[in-house]
Design a protein around this ligand. Structure first.
Ligand code: ADP
Ligand code: ZN
Ligand code: ZN
Length: 821
C-alpha cells in the first residue's frame, strides 16, 4: 500500500510513500502522518491511499500516524484544493490551516558536540576574527545546538561548510532529532476510593492512631461519595503531602489515575438570557433561509440590516433550525475577543454546545476546542477568521457577521485568504446557506447581490422602532475661526458630553489612532522622528513615556532632542486615543473614563469587565479606536463623538472612502438603541466629502451608487480582480531588482492584464525590509473567474525563478488584497 502525502511547503506536488504493514490499519485518507522528507522528518497530510504505484525509484516509508480519525474527507479536501488554487499556495500549505498550531511533529537538525575535542581545536585557532573561530567559541561551551540557534549566535547564515569540516574532523556529529507536538491533551491526576466504604470504616480507628493525616484524606473522599477528586485539589484542601496519599495508595485504600481534562476558554462577559417575539422583518428572513437549511441547499445571502435591527437574533434562530436537523453551525465574527456580547448571547441560547475559537485563547484551549468540534461535541462554533477551518463535517449554516470587516482577510501569512469569500465557497461545497450580515455591506458584496450572485435581504428598521441617531458634522476649521475649538474638541461636542454626563447616559468617543501624539516634528530642520526599521513616524505613548513604531513594535525612550539635527525645538502632532482620554479627563475631572484600544486590552478579561462596567453605568465615557465601533449594544449610549473623521479618509487606498463610511456609520449605530434618540457628533475638515455626507443622510444605497461608479471608472474591484506582488529584502537594490525582473516575466500577459510598473510600496521600509509592489488588474469581463490572473502570476513566478539573479529575494503574492499599502 502507498500513500500520497502533501506537506506544508511551497511544493505543489504530492509525494508517494510506502505504508509499512504495521501502520496499514491506521493510514487513511485525511490523516496526518510523520514521514522523512529530504534530510528532515515532517508532518504531512495523506490525500490518497493506493494499492500500486508507478514510481520506480526508492520509496521511503511512513514513520508514524498522528490522527486516529481523519481530519478531512473528500468534500473538505475540495475546499482546500480551492484555497490552494485561488490563493496560489500548495495544497499542504492550505491544509495546514486545518490543524491547530503546535500539534505538528517535526525534526530539527542538531549539532551534537564533542566538547573536549572542540575546545582543543579552539585553542589552536590563532586568528580571532574568522567565522570558524566564532563557531568554535560557541560550540565549546555546549553539548548540543540547533543550526538556527548557532546561526543566530554567530550572526551568520553560511555556517554549513564549517560544520561539514568539523564533522569530518570528528569534532561534531549532526543528528536529526524529532520534536514532538508542543500542544497535547491535558491530563490531571485524580484520586478515588478503592475500597468499599464499610470496609474502610472498620480500618479507620487503627489508621487514626498511626497516621491521622491519612484519615483526614480518606474522610474527604468518603464525603465525596465515591466521586473522584483532582489530587492537587485534595492535597490543598487537607493540607497534606503527596507522600501521605501515596502510602494510602500502597495500602490499597485509594486509587490514583489520570483523567483528560477539557481546557475551556471562559468568557467573562455575561448577559441575562432574553426570549424575544421575533419582529416581522426577522421572521421574513427566517422564512426565506430556514428551508435552505432543512433541504441542504446552498445559497448565499447578503443580510443588510441597519445597526440595531436584531441580526444576532436572526443568526440564533437559524442556528436552532440547523441544530434540529442535527447539523453544525459556523458563525464568523471579526476578531471575537472584541465582541463578547455576541458570544455571550450564543452561550445563553446553546450553552455547552457552543465553542469559541480565537487568537486570545491559549494553545491548549484552542486545541481542546478543536478536538471537541472534531468529535462533534461542539456543534456551534463562534470564531474569528481562522475558525473557517474548524473541522466541521456537516454544517447546516455558515454566518459571516459584519462581513465588510477587513479582519476577515489574512494579511500576514500564506495563504492570504479572505474568510468571507472562502466561506461562500465552503457553503457551496457543503450545500448549506451562507449568510453575510452587515449594516454597511462591502461594495463587493453589495455588487454581488446586485448581479444575483447573492440574494439580498434587508432589515431597514431598528428593534422597537428605535430611531436611528441624528448625526451632525462639525467643521473644525470653521469652529476654530469662531473660537469654538478647545484644543481637539469643539464646544459643540463638549457641551453635548456635559449634558449626557448630567443625565447619567453613556458616551462613546472614537479616535481611530492609538497613542498620544502620532508624530514628533522638529521645528528647526523640519524632520519627523521615523522608525529606524520602517518608513513610518514614531508614535508618542504618554502612559509608558516612550515612542513606539506601530508596525514593527520598536519602543524607545522619548528623545530629548531631534535625532537629525540635535535641536530641542520638537513638537508633537496628531491625536491618539491616549490624548483624547487625557483631555477629556481635564474637561470632565469627575467623569469615569476608560479606553479601549489594543494597548489597553492586553489582559484577558479586561475588555469583558470593562464592557460589564459600562453596561452597569459605572463608566461614563468609553474612548477607543475602531474597536468601539464593533457590535457594542448598550441601550444607555445616547451620544457618540468622533474626534476626527480624517483618520481613515486620508489613507492612500482605493477603499478609504468605503472604510470611512463603514466606520462612521457603525460607530454612529452604537447610539440610540432605546426610546431616547441617540446623537452623533462627527468632527471633520471635510464636511462636503461625499462619504461623510452619506453618513450624515444615513444613506447606504446612495453611498454605494456613487462608489460603484468610481470603482468602475478607476478599474477597481468588483470590476477587476487584483493581485499585488511584493518583493522585499534588506537590500533596497535587490528588492528593486527582483521587482523589475518579475515585471519582465509578466510582460507577455500585458495584452490581457493591466500591470503596473514596479513602484516602492507606500510603506517603503517595513521591519528593516525594503518593499516594492506590482499591482495587476484583471477585468471581470474578460477573466470572470480570475484564472488568467492566477496563471500569469504562477507562470511569471516560474520564469522569474529560472532567470532572475534575485531569486533569493522574498516574494509574496496577494490575491484580492484588502489594502495596497
Ligand atoms: P444588530 O446586530 O442588527 O445591530 P442586535 O442583534 O444587537 O442588532 O439587536 C439589537 C437589540 O435588540 C439587542 O439588544 C437584542 O437583544 C434586541 N432584540 C433582538 N431581537 C429582538 C426582538 N425580536 N424583540 C425585542 N428585542 C430584540
Ligand atoms: Zn531637527
Ligand atoms: Zn518600525
Amino acid at each position: 500500500m502507498f500513500a500520497e502525502v502533501v506537506f506544508a511547503l511551497p511544493f505543489r506536488k504530492a509525494f508517494t510513500y510506502e505504508i509499512p504493514s504495521e501502520l496499514k490499519k491506521f493510514v487513511k485518507e485525511g490523516v496526518r502522518v510523520v514521514a522523512p522528507f529530504g534530510k528532515r522528518t515532517l508532518t504531512g497530510f495523506v490525500i490518497k491511499v493506493t494499492k500500486t504505484t508507478q514510481i520506480k525509484d526508492e520509496i521511503k516509508q511512513i514513520r508514524e500516524v498522528l490522527d486516529d480519525e481523519p481530519i478531512f474527507n473528500k468534500t473538505l479536501l475540495k475546499f482546500y484544493e480551492w484555497i490552494a488554487e485561488y490563493y496560489l499556495c500548495s495544497l499542504g500549505e492550505a491544509l495546514k490551516l486545518l490543524v491547530p498550531h503546535g500539534t505538528e511533529v517535526e525534526s530539527k537538525r542538531k549539532i551534537s558536540i564533542d566538547k573536549n575535542f572542540v575546545q582543543q581545536l579552539f585553542q589552536k585557532e590563532t586568528k580571532k576574527t574568522t567565522l570558524r573561530y566564532k563557531i568554535l567559541l560557541e560550540l565549546s561551551s555546549r553539548e548540543q545546538i540547533t543550526f538556527s540557534a548557532l546561526q543566530k549566535a554567530v550572526g551568520k547564515k553560511n555556517i554549513y561548510s564549517h560544520i561539514r569540516n568539523l564533522v569530518e574532523e570528528g569534532a561534531v556529529t549532526v543528528i536529526d532529532e524529532i520534536e514532538g507536538a508542543k500542544v497535547k491533551p491535558k491530563k490531571v491526576k485524580y484520586v478515588r476510593l478503592a475500597k468499599d466504604i464499610k470496609e474502610l470504616y472498620s480500618s479507620l480507628p487503627e489508621l487514626d492512631r498511626k497516621s491521622p493525616k491519612q484519615v483526614k484524606l480518606l474522610l474527604v473522599l468518603i464525603e465525596a461519595k465515591g466521586k473522584s477528586i483532582p489530587v492537587a485539589e485534595l492535597l490543598h484542601k487537607t493540607e497534606t503531602s503527596k507522600a501521605t496519599l501515596d502510602s494510602l495508595e500502597k495500602k490499597g485504600f485509594v486509587e490514583i489515575f489520570e483523567k483528560e481534562v477539557d481546557r475551556r476558554y471562559k468568557e467573562h462577559y455575561e448577559e441575562v438570557h432574553q426570549e424575544f417575539v421575533l419582529t416581522y422583518q426577522q421572521r421574513k428572513v427566517l422564512e426565506e433561509i430556514s428551508p435552505k437549511i432543512k433541504e441542504s441547499v446552498f445559497q448565499s445571502y447578503l443580510l443588510h440590516g441597519v445597526t440595531g435591527s436584531g441580526k444576532t437574533q436572526v443568526y440564533i434562530e437559524l442556528a436552532k433550525i440547523a441544530l434540529e436537523q442535527n447539523k453544525s453551525v459556523l458563525i464568523l465574527v471579526p476578531e471575537i475577543s472584541l465582541t463578547p456580547q455576541i458570544t455571550s448571547r450564543f452561550y445563553n441560547n446553546f450553552g455547552d454546545l457552543v465553542t469559541v475559537l480565537h487568537s486570545r485563547m491559549s494553545a491548549g484551549e484552542r486545541f481542546d476546542s478543536w478536538r471537541r468540534i472534531h468529535k462533534g461535541k461542539s456543534k456551534i462554533v463562534v470564531g474569528a477568521r481562522s475558525a473557517l477551518f474548524a473541522p466541521i463535517f456537516n454544517p447546516g449554516l455558515i454566518v459571516v457577521d459584519e462581513e465588510h470587516d477587513a479582519s476577515y482577510k489574512q494579511q500576514d501569512m500564506i495563504p492570504k485568504y479572505n474568510a468571507r469569500d472562502s466561506a461562500v465557497v465552503l457553503g457551496s461545497i457543503h450545500n448549506c446557506p451562507v449568510v453575510l450580515g452587515s449594516a454597511t455591506p462591502s461594495v463587493e458584496s453589495r455588487y454581488n447581490a446586485e448581479v444575483g450572485k447573492y440574494k439580498l435581504m434587508t432589515m431597514p428598521l431598528r428593534i422597537d422602532d428605535a430611531k436611528l441617531p441624528t448625526i451632525t458634522l462639525v467643521n473644525v476649521n470653521v469652529e476654530r475661526k469662531k473660537g469654538r475649538m478647545d484644543n481637539i474638541f469643539s464646544r459643540t461636542l463638549l457641551d453635548k458630553i456635559e449634558d449626557r454626563l448630567k443625565k447619567k447616559e453613556g458616551v462613546i468617543i472614537l479616535q481611530n489612532r492609538r497613542g498620544f501624539s502620532t508624530q514628533i516634528y522638529c521645528e528647526d530642520c523640519g524632520e519627523i522622528e521615523m522608525c529606524e526599521n520602517c518608513s513610518v513616524p514614531m508614535v508618542f505613548h504618554i502612559n509608558k513615556n516612550t515612542v513606539q513604531c506601530h508596525y514593527c513594535g520598536l519602543e524607545k525612550p522619548v528623545p530629548n532632542a531631534c535625532t537629525h539635527c540635535g535641536s530641542i525645538n520638537i513638537k508633537y502632532f496628531g491625536i491618539g486615543t491616549e490624548r483624547v482620554e487625557d483631555e477629556l479627563q481635564f474637561y470632565f475631572p469627575t467623569a469615569r473614563i476608560s479606553r479601549i484600544d489594543s494597548d489597553s486590552i492586553t489582559k484577558k478579561a479586561y475588555l469583558s469587565n470593562l464592557l460589564l462596567s459600562f453596561g452597569r453605568g459605572e463608566i461614563d465615557i468609553l474612548v477607543g479606536t475602531q474597536m468601539v465601533s464593533k457590535g457594542l449594544d448598550f441601550s444607555r449610549v445616547t451620544l457618540v463623538g468622533v474626534v476626527s473623521a480624517e483618520t481613515t479618509l486620508w489613507l492612500p487606498d482605493f477603499r478609504a472612502d468605503e472604510r470611512t463610511f463603514q466606520l462612521l456609520t457603525q460607530v454612529a449605530g452604537r447610539a440610540g438603541r432605546s426610546k431616547i434618540t441617540g446623537e452623533v457628533i462627527i468632527q471633520t475638515q471635510n464636511e462636503k466629502h461625499f462619504a461623510l455626507q452619506k453618513v450624515l443622510q444615513n444613506d447606504y444605497d446612495g453611498f454605494y451608487k456613487r462608489e460603484i461608479v468610481d470603482r468602475e471608472r478607476m478599474g477597481y474591484p468588483p470590476f477587476t480582480r487584483l493581485a499585488l506582488i511584493e518583493t522585499k529584502d534588506k537590500s533596497d537594490q535587490k528588492a528593486k531588482g527582483a521587482a523589475i525582473d518579475f515585471r519582465k516575466a509578466l510582460k507577455k500577459f500585458e495584452k490581457h492584464l493591466k500591470i503596473s510598473e514596479p513602484t516602492t510600496a507606500l510603506i517603503y521600509k517595513l521591519k528593516g525590509f525594503y518593499r516594492y509592489h506590482i499591482l495587476i488588474k484583471s477585468s471581470r469581463k474578460t477573466d470572470p473567474s480570475g484564472k488568467l490572473l492566477r496563471r500569469a502570476v504562477i507562470e511569471a513566478f516560474t520564469e522569474f525563478n529560472r532567470v532572475s539573479r534575485f531569486k533569493d529575494v522574498k516574494l509574496f503574492y496577494d490575491i484580492d488584497p484588502q489594502s495596497i499599502m
